[in-house]
Design a protein around this ligand. Structure first.
Ligand code: NDP
Ligand code: 2IT
Length: 448
């Protein structure tokens, strides 16, 4: 008999061999597998039923052609993906990412993370992810609409309220969800609100969904600080990105008395010692869809650094909220040297494995993405509840539900880490708690 450790290593090697070239997927699998040794020792039935091997293999993967025509009449061919990873706990649930870097390995890493994240929320949602290598930057509304219509013309046959419920991610926000929903409705002739989340509250969306990932991430960090008898009050913070997650992370930090001094986009970052003016950022990013550089052009005391290193800005709380592997070992060392106390991952897998090790060894409170950013998908599940009951809840009520879910996610990670003899290690806590929930459901459902 091999030891759990040897067994885990061999499972990981199989995943790498079966999914060649998908580096981000390998990275996500490795991080989870590395936490599972004590789980296999305590639950030998998981090994016997090959739960890890089964969880690492998506239930279904769909890859399709997305042809569309730009405003000049030129034809473009993109590739679309929907990976339906695991439906043990509920219909597949997870966002769509439109970004030129998208390929199968990105969608699979995101889908894999989504399975455990969704389990941590305690809500009845399985995990999936999709997207395309389409680049929405610089495209007109009409071009984005034609792309979304073409994407949905294939995807509509694979999704549904009880089957698979997509939402937004990088490059997919309210505008795109609107075009996707419009085409789904046209193709099926059904007003099936629960087929997509992240809809506009004017036609079936949930209040707070737009704010929920950022707000939830800050609630999670606040809980980590409270567990150390501290709080967000007065904290100097740095938030990378300036998209949906970053904007509402900044908003909640300011509401809780912290001060965000820097944010970024893929071209550079802005630093504003007096604290970022969020109304200006919303105007630039949400309304005008311009680059973050425009912030420093308008607010004279702010400084813009093209291609700079945002993690060199001294802060007590860092919230990477842009993209995967944006914070590496060297960045982590700089943050620790500058006195950083807490890191909350608003993005999915933004910290490299070596970066995570630096934070854990330095005793920084580190909230992994699958726990910290779970508020987005949790509020999507609340949107599904409202759609199923043809109801709509107030902002205050929905935000209270979100806050309570995030306290629950924090408690689950905290208690699981303690139970498995690694107190304060939220990475281990999130991986183990998420895995056990999914594996137990799969065991109960039999070999399917
Ligand atoms: P948006 O598209 O709204 O914003 C993305 C931001 O990140 C932009 O500022 C963008 O800059 C920057 N960015 C994206 N890709 C890169 C890159 N390769 N290099 C540098 N910067 C980059 O996306 P979201 O805010 O929705 O998503 C941000 C992160 O949060 C992602 O990791 C996503 O998976 C995760 N997430 C999102 C949730 C949601 O509900 N939306 C829920 C949970 C997690 P630029 O405009 O220059 O490209
Ligand atoms: O990564 C994520 O959790 C999301 N992009 C949100 C998914 C959702 O279904 O709301």
């Amino acid at each position: 008999m091999s030891s759990p450790n040897e067994r885990l290593d061999s499972i990981y090697q199989q995943v790498v061999a079966r999914n060649p070239g998908e580096e981000e997927f390998h990275q996500a699998v490795r991080e989870v597998i590395e936490s599972l040794d004590p789980v296999l020792r305590r639950y030998p039935e998981f090994a016997e039923h090959k739960m890890i091997e089964r969880i690492c293999e998506p239930e279904r993967q769909i890859i399709f052609r997305v042809p569309w025509e730009d405003d000049r009449g030129e034809i473009h061919i993109n590739r679309g993906f929907r990976v339906q990873f695991n439906s043990a706990l509920g219909p597949f649930k997870g966002g769509l990412r439109f970004h030129p870097s998208v390929y199968l390995g990105i969608i699979k890493f995101l889908g894999f993370e989504q399975v455990f994240k969704n389990a941590l929320t305690g809500l009845p949602i399985g995990g999936g992810k999709g997207g395309s290598d389409f680049d929405p930057k610089g495209r007109s509304d009409n071009e984005v609409m034609r792309f979304c219509q073409s994407f949905m013309t294939e995807m509509y046959r694979h999704i549904g309220e009880y089957m698979d419920v997509p939402a937004g991610d990088i490059g997919v926000g309210g505008r795109e969800v609107g075009y996707l929903f419009g085409q789904y409705k046209r193709l099926t002739g059904r007003y099936e609100s629960g087929v997509l989340t992240g809809k506009d509250p004017a036609w079936g969306g949930a209040l707070v969904r737009r704010e929920s990932t950022g707000y939830g991430a800050v609630y999670f960090v606040d809980e980590m600080l409270k567990a150390r008898n501290d709080s967000m009050e007065g904290k100097i913070c740095v938030v990378s990105g300036s998209g949906n997650v970053a904007i509402y992370t900044i908003e909640k930090i300011h509401q809780l008395g912290g001060k965000v001094v820097a944010c970024s986009d893929s071209a550079g970052f802005v630093y504003d010692e007096e604290g970022l003016d969020l109304d200006l950022i919303k105007q630039i990013k949400e309304v005008e869809r311009r680059r973050i550089k425009a912030y420093a052009d308008t607010r004279k005391q702010a400084k813009y650094t093209p291609k700079g290193d945002i993690w060199a800005v001294p802060c007590q709380v860092a919230m990477p909220s842009a993209t995967q592997n944006e914070l590496d070992e060297e960045h982590a060392r700089t943050l620790v040297a500058n006195g950083c106390l807490a890191v909350g991952e608003g993005a999915n897998m933004p910290t490299t494995p070596a970066g995570i090790r630096v934070f854990l060894e330095a005793g920084v409170a580190f909230g992994p993405g699958k726990a910290t950013n779970a508020g987005g998908v949790a509020t999507s599940a609340l949107e599904m509840q409202q759609n199923a009951s043809r109801d709509s809840w107030s902002f205050e009520y929905t935000e209270e539900r979100l806050a309570s879910i995030m306290r629950g996610v924090h408690r689950t990670c905290w208690e699981t880490a303690k139970d498995f003899d690694q107190p304060g290690n939220y990475v281990v806590g999130a991986n183990i708690a998420g895995f056990i929930r999914v594996a137990e459901a799969m065991l109960a459902l039999g070999l399917v």
